[in-house]
Design a protein around this ligand. Sequence first.
Ligand SMILES: Nc1nc2c(c(=O)[nH]1)N(C=O)[C@@H](CNc1ccc(C(=O)N[C@@H](CCC(=O)O)C(=O)O)cc1)CN2
Ligand SMILES: Nc1ncnc2c1ncn2[C@@H]1O[C@H](COP(=O)(O)OP(=O)(O)OP(=O)(O)O)[C@@H](O)[C@H]1O
Length: 253
Amino acid sequence: MQQVVQLGRRLVTTMATLNNPAGTAVEVVRQQKKALRTVVRRELRNFSPEAKREEDEAIQKHILSAEWYQNSKRICAYVSCASLREVDTSHIMADLLEKQRRTAGMKVYVPRIEDKESHMRMLHITNTDDDLIANYMNILEPTLLDSVGNPREEVMQATEPLDLLLLPGLAFDRKGGRLGRGGGYYDLFLQNYLLLAKDKGWKSPLLVALSYSPQIRDDAVPVDATDVNIDALVNSNGILTFSSQAEERISSS
Ligand SMILES: Nc1nc2c(c(=O)[nH]1)N(C=O)[C@@H](CNc1ccc(C(=O)N[C@@H](CCC(=O)O)C(=O)O)cc1)CN2
Ligand SMILES: Nc1ncnc2c1ncn2[C@@H]1O[C@H](COP(=O)(O)OP(=O)(O)OP(=O)(O)O)[C@@H](O)[C@H]1O
């Protein structure tokens, strides 16, 4: 029965792509993304804990000492999840929250997923002890209300622009292409935020991802029209820049 259903599905897909040539390319990219995710997940599982620890330290050290990071006041970061084998952000989060306590105008936001349709909000937090709670995937996310019961400020409603976004991801190429985990959360958020920034006449935030060495691919990662390129990629050897904005803000600092 299962086989019949699968055959049926394959036939529907084949017919859809025959009738719609544009659908072919979309489906090919979707399959390429799926295949690359499988390869990179496997490589990350085989990446030794020692190598991981070493790269975690080097990547965070690089960011913490960079001027483009130190000069940013309004920042979105991700709360790293060990079971997803993500580059650790605990030192960065601690630094950001400590600086936020003593710097007027500094704001730190982290993601909270809203539903399974790629909606995610970036909410303001002040600490990692009381403000975060594990979601169904065991990722720590902000609670909806702060400690006194007020709704948290969110990036899409803020009156000032973001300077910097630190992004997770599964695979990256050497030209700014980024492959996420397949939820489309960051792509949709970035699309909406970049539209808002344009509308308000704000300059775009710097989009910087963090990556272990097996996640950097020599071949281009598969992308489609909804994927947003990153400006720069921090790895254990330093930073790779991909855009003129990154060259201006990073290379010169
Ligand atoms: N730390 C962190 N926070 C984040 C993200 C992230 O990638 N990292 N997100 C970025 O979008 C959003 C959460 N989205 C996610 C979407 C899919 C998977 C995922 O596929 N996880 C497993 C497999 C599936 C599962 O357990 O259900 C995996 O990748 O192995 C994880 C997070 C918002 N917060
Ligand atoms: N801007 C968008 N608007 C609507 N849907 C989107 C948008 N971006 C991505 N999606 C949807 O999300 C799903 C996953 O997309 P994709 O595989 O590119 O995600 P990803 O890059 O791995 O995830 P993420 O952006 O969270 O890192 C796709 O079905 C896609 O259509």
